[in-house]
Design a protein around this ligand. Structure first.
Ligand SMILES: *[C@@H]1O[C@H](CO)[C@@H](O)[C@H](O)[C@H]1NC(C)=O
Ligand SMILES: *[C@@H]1O[C@H](CO)[C@@H](O)[C@H](O)[C@H]1NC(C)=O
Ligand SMILES: *[C@@H]1O[C@H](CO)[C@@H](O)[C@H](O)[C@H]1NC(C)=O
Ligand SMILES: *[C@@H]1O[C@H](CO)[C@@H](O)[C@H](O)[C@H]1NC(C)=O
Length: 568
């Protein structure tokens, strides 16, 4: 049964939905005018000048940046490069398209190829080699989490006077209480701690029989909140937070949708419009994306309704490339989720905000997910000092004003534990770098990959289930591309430009010298939900945690480890 060509199916836009949303926005414009006037929150570029009194005009002009903006960071999960309307997708995302069109689209924007790494970099502003999380994800039974000595973005925003809230997927470890979102800078948390829960039951199985419930409110298991589709639950939660908070006080909300990660589950009403899609996985996936789009519409509505919008910055980002065998698409980019090809690391991203100085444009400034930390802390009026040694840059002038990006390099990663490439060697790396090791770096327009970058094919949308293996990667362990000229990575220049290869290998050597050991501890049976009341959650006490963290790789608490009984 060959899947139908997606290009031909042209699902009708739900007329009623569109009409409803534009009506809603007009209604809201009126609504927010009233509520904003009463709060004295008028912003000059949103309303017609004639509607603005001199007093509020002056006030908003003088205070438009002294008032810390509300920050809404929306992270979607596994949404592929091709899975947003404005990238020519067969999936409808009218709200995201509009927010992006009115804001600044980031079209040279990079993320990490999988969940935990992207989230860790977002929240610390640091590369994985500087947090010890350079290998794989944090698995549910591993005694591992974002190192506790790392200062997080929400902590910095708290210091700057923000109220901070997290809604959605954490995936930065939870084996002890100190690792939980509420201990890492969030005043409130509703969401799940592991990587892929059921959208309705919030169960997650980490292998056969190792199943547990994973929806948490603060530090407690939220047994009573299951049953509601997570995208709806999370959007509703954000609206509630906005409704009850005082819009005069700055707020940060990190909305990490579980959508559109597997399992492929969607309420029926979103699937109907995609009924002609032949590929069943993509049909469900498309419905999930469209539902998430509606959730963003609802969040935006709440921002306007409750008087936040004029002083808000909405950032939208996906966490990694799409998973092509579960409906995602990164076409025309090479590779997919989990790979260092562009399909794995080139992200969808945009900023929507009335505070942007130059709106309605596409930015080609080089931006990486580590940049949000210094960018947002600076926007919040917080303080990022050199001493913190961040890997991110403040890219707000690049995004808002079209200035040049301060970033010229991205270390995509160095993962010493990933399967070594058979044909890689130290000789292959001019005696300076072992090309068997999985690594990737971008320097200006050049991108170098070594080791095994992961699945290396291009997967056109109509062939999502029909993979074709390339043979070219079999004997190779070094690739070089001019990404500006060749964003699809078709033209490997490594043999033509050994000079560039050598220069980029040297950069890898430089970064590798700054790397800390990998944290990737063995799984612990104590984590089994059966031993923890049927839910995933902290299972190690402060004391015995030290025992299980043991083994190589941890720099901290060496003195305590000596006392450890089990790890001898
Ligand atoms: C958006 O809000 C409408 C109206 O309250 C609601 O019916 C719908 O379920 C919400 N959708 C999402 C995805 O949150
Ligand atoms: C920022 O931090 C640095 C170093 O911690 C400090 O010297 C400086 O005074 C701080 N600046 C502000 C504006 O707080
Ligand atoms: C990176 O640094 C580590 C620690 O110094 C070293 O053992 C390893 O060989 C280096 N990796 C490569 C690929 O050179
Ligand atoms: C890379 O490609 C761009 C776009 O074609 C081109 O302008 C640039 O000169 C190339 N860089 C090098 C070093 O060849």
């Amino acid at each position: 049964n060959l899947p139908k060509e997606f290009g031909r199916t042209n699902p009708r836009v739900g007329g009623s939905l569109d009409a409803w949303s534009s009506m809603a926005v007009y209604a809201l414009t009126g609504f927010s005018l009233v509520s904003l006037l009463s709060f004295g929150y008028l912003s000059w570029d949103w309303m017609k000048p004639s509607l603005v009194t001199d007093v509020s005009m002056e006030k908003s002009l003088s205070s438009s940046f002294s008032r810390s903006p509300h920050i809404i960071f929306i992270l979607t999960d596994d949404q592929g490069y091709h899975d947003i309307g404005y990238h020519g997708s067969d999936i409808q995302t009218p709200m995201l398209d509009r927010l992006a069109a009115e804001g600044v689209k980031l079209e040279n924007y990079y993320i990490q190829p999988i969940c935990t790494p992207s989230r860790s970099q977002l929240i610390t502003g640091r590369y994985q080699i500087h947090t010890g999380l350079q290998h794989s994800i944090i698995r549910p039974r591993q005694p591992n989490c974002l190192p506790l000595d790392q200062v997080t973005l929400p902590q910095k925003l708290q210091e700057a006077g923000y109220s901070t809230h997290m809604v959605g997927k954490w995936h930065l470890g939870f084996y002890k209480k100190e690792c939980l979102p509420t201990r890492r800078g969030f005043d409130t948390f509703l969401g799940s701690l592991t990587g892929n829960v059921d959208y309705y039951t919030y169960d997650n199985c980490d292998g056969p029989g190792v199943c547990g419930y994973d929806l948490h409110e603060g530090e407690n298991v939220a047994w009573d909140q299951s049953g509601k589709y997570s995208t709806l639950l999370y959007a509703q939660r954000v609206s509630k937070i906005l409704a009850t908070h005082n819009p005069k006080e700055p707020i940060f909300i990190y909305v990490a949708f579980q959508a559109v990660h597997t399992p492929l589950q969607s309420p029926k009403e979103y699937i109907y419009r995609y009924r002609s899609m032949g590929n069943v996985a993509r049909r469900k996936y498309a419905a999930m994306v469209t539902c998430m789009d509606e959730a963003v519409r609802n969040i935006t509505w709440a921002l306007k309704k409750y008087g936040y919008y004029d002083n808000s910055v909405v950032v939208f980002s996906t966490d990694n490339g799409g998973q092509t065998f579960s409906g995602g698409s990164n076409w025309p980019l090479r590779g997919r989720k989990g790979t260092y090809w562009e399909g794995g690391v080139r992200g969808i991203g945009f900023v929507h905000s009335p505070l942007l100085k130059r709106k309605r444009r596409t930015s080609r400034a080089l931006v990486h997910i580590t940049d949000w930390y210094p960018t947002l802390v600076a926007l919040a009026g917080g303080n990022v000092s050199e001493a913190e040694g961040l890997d991110g840059y403040n890219v707000w002038p690049a995004i808002s004003e079209g200035k040049e990006s301060p970033r010229t390099e991205i270390l995509h990663n160095i993962d010493p534990l990933y399967n070594h490439a058979k044909h890689g060697s130290l000789e292959g790396g001019f005696g300076i770098w072992n090309t068997a090791v999985q690594a990737s770096i971008r320097v200006r327009e050049w991108k170098l990959l070594t080791g095994d970058p992961g699945y290396s094919d291009w997967i056109p949308p109509q062939m999502l289930t029909n993979f074709r293996r390339l043979t070219d990667s079999v004997r190779k362990s070094v690739w070089l591309f001019n990404i500006t000229a060749d964003p699809y990575e078709r033209d490997d220049l490594s043999e033509q430009r050994p000079d560039v290869v050598r220069a980029l290998l040297k950069r890898l050597v430089y970064y590798n010298r700054t790397a800390i050991p990998v944290r990737y501890p063995a799984e612990n049976p104590r984590a089994h939900p059966d031993l923890n009341g049927g839910a995933w959650g902290p299972w190690a006490s402060e004391e015995d945690a030290e025992d299980w963290e043991g083994g190589g790789g941890l720099l901290k608490n060496k003195n305590k480890k000596k006392k450890c009984k089990i790890c001898k």
